[in-house]
Ligand binder design. Structure first.
Ligand code: GAP
Length: 458
């Protein structure tokens, strides 16, 4: 076990530095900023969209492209309200909350030690002279809305708080069309909504977020084995994409932490600047969900094995990840600063497959035909890899900008290019520069993108 496991938080970078970089380089902005912001909602800018898209793309690749036992689904965010009765969310998806009648703030009863009272000087809720705390009340985290023109009890609907239920209610459809037998999985990426009370910490916990969930349906006797297998597979996914193993750990839930449906859950945790925190949960959900939906809908949700004549309700192993939280972990793990030739540079050492832009094409100077030549090189590359052309400002400034958005390779068109059709290829991490013929550039980059990659921060 690495010595990192003994640390309480990631001290290489602060959350403020990540927030500042994301704003400065157009990854992520506070939502509704011109109106003063709306608590815990964020908008993704150009590079943020591309980075998160790559995170989701790698998840799809691992779930679908590299396996043949999992199929995709994109279910509706609005579902029949009975779904949430059956799943237990209506009754049980609650946090215990305490109000302060004096400062009018609301706190999670189980997180009081981390909260601050609204009056100055700030103390813990209940510790100030004016604090007037109520008893704890259960508060449902689902956002309620109405479907159709009439706003009454019959039209109530909820924004889904997890993507998983959309999978369970489609079990029968998928079983019929996909002609799969357990073990098989259904994977989905999509937005979920929770009226979280304890927020903050940037995109770690927001009220609107994207989940990447897969429900793996297995014969009942094999659930324990697949639960262990998926913990390993999911851990490998993060390390293959560059997260340093010493900054990851698996934490099995104690019995009193388990959700109502779970007979075993383990969190994959990352050492964020806020400390060890959940990145993804892997749960052994048993047959709870299919049985509940069968009971509430009246449909049979089971598998009949024609060969053995056996009929059973499959058990479910669920790896449930957050696309935004994974994006944050990749950003934190990649953030680095170093001094190069007397100047400080900030660099995102992202896995090349996650980097928003793979290659920047830069003319050394904006004259002597170099911009035109560089534009030509860029046009020849952009159909093969995500590329960016940049001719504004000094070459050093352009490199620093690309370093900050994590572009792994820079191609510079210089005087020699005009003579022999070669360019310099600069590596973001080692800063090594080699000369490469333009003719072989696309193949060279494609080959580099396929190579295994490890963070040089190890
Ligand atoms: N279907 C099981 C489920 O939803 P969860 O642990 O509540 O389990 C799974 O959520 C993942 O979704 C978490 O590990 C986290 O990455 C992400 N997630 C949950 N709530 C979130 C929030 N408020 N903001 C950002 N990501 C969140």
């Amino acid at each position: 076990m690495s010595e990192t496991a003994d640390r309480e938080r990631n001290e290489e970078v602060t959350m403020d530095e990540i927030v500042a970089l994301c704003k400065r380089r157009g990854f992520i902005f506070p939502s509704s900023e011109i109106y003063g912001g709306l608590g815990s909602t964020y908008d993704y800018g150009h590079y943020g969209v591309l980075l998160k898209q790559n995170v989701k793309g790698e998840w799809w690749r691992a779930m679908l492209q590299e396996r043949d036992d999992i199929v995709a689904l994109d279910s509706a965010i609005l579902q029949h309200p009975r779904v949430w009765e059956a799943s237990g969310h209506l009754a049980g998806f609650t946090d215990p909350l305490i109000d302060c009648k004096s400062c009018k703030l609301r706190f999670r009863a189980d997180h009081l030690e981390d909260a601050s009272c609204g009056h100055k000087p700030s103390k813990r809720p209940g510790e100030g002279p004016d604090c007037e705390l109520t008893e704890a009340r259960r508060f449902n985290l689902m956002f309620e809305t109405h479907v159709g023109p009439v706003q009454d009890d019959a039209s109530v609907a909820y924004l889904r708080p997890e993507t998983a239920q959309g999978i369970f209610i489609n079990f029968k459809n998928v079983l019929q069309f996909a002609r799969r037998k357990p073990p098989f999985g259904i994977a989905q990426i999509g937005k979920s909504f929770r009226n979280e009370i304890t927020t903050g910490n940037f995109i770690f916990r927001t009220r609107e977020f994207e989940q990447m969930e897969m429900e793996y349906f297995v014969p009942p006797g094999e659930a324990a084995r697949f639960y262990e297998e998926w913990i390993g597979l999911r851990l490998d996914w993060y390390t293959a994409l560059g997260l340093r193993p010493g900054f990851l750990r698996v934490r099995p839930h104690d019995a009193d932490e388990l959700s109502h449906y779970s007979s075993g859950t383990s969190d994959i945790e990352y050492l964020f600047p806020i400390g060890w925190s959940e990145l993804e949960g892997i749960a052994n959900r048993g047959d709870f969900d299919l049985r509940q939906h069968a009971e509430y809908s009246g449909e049979k949700l089971e598998y009949f094995d024609q060969q053995s004549g056996e009929r059973y309700v499959p058990h479910v192993v669920e790896p449930a990840a957050g696309a935004d939280r994974a994006t944050l972990a990749f950003l934190v793990d990649a953030y680095d600063t170093e001094e190069v030739e007397g100047r400080q540079r900030t660099v995102l050492r992202l896995h090349p497959r996650l980097a928003p832009i793979k290659v920047a094409v830069l003319p050394l100077v904006s004259k002597e035909g170099m911009p035109e030549k560089a534009r030509e090189v860029f046009e020849s590359l952009r159909h093969r890899v995500w590329a960016e052309y940049d001719e504004g400002g000094s070459i050093g400034k352009r490199y620093r900008r690309q370093d900050e958005i994590g572009t792994p390779w820079g191609v510079t068109v210089d005087g020699q290019t005009m003579e022999d059709d070669t360019v310099t290829l600069r590596d973001r991490d080692s800063l090594e520069q080699i000369r490469v013929p333009i003719a072989g550039l696309a193949e060279e980059l494609a080959e580099r993108l396929e190579r295994p990659w490890q963070s040089p921060k190890r």
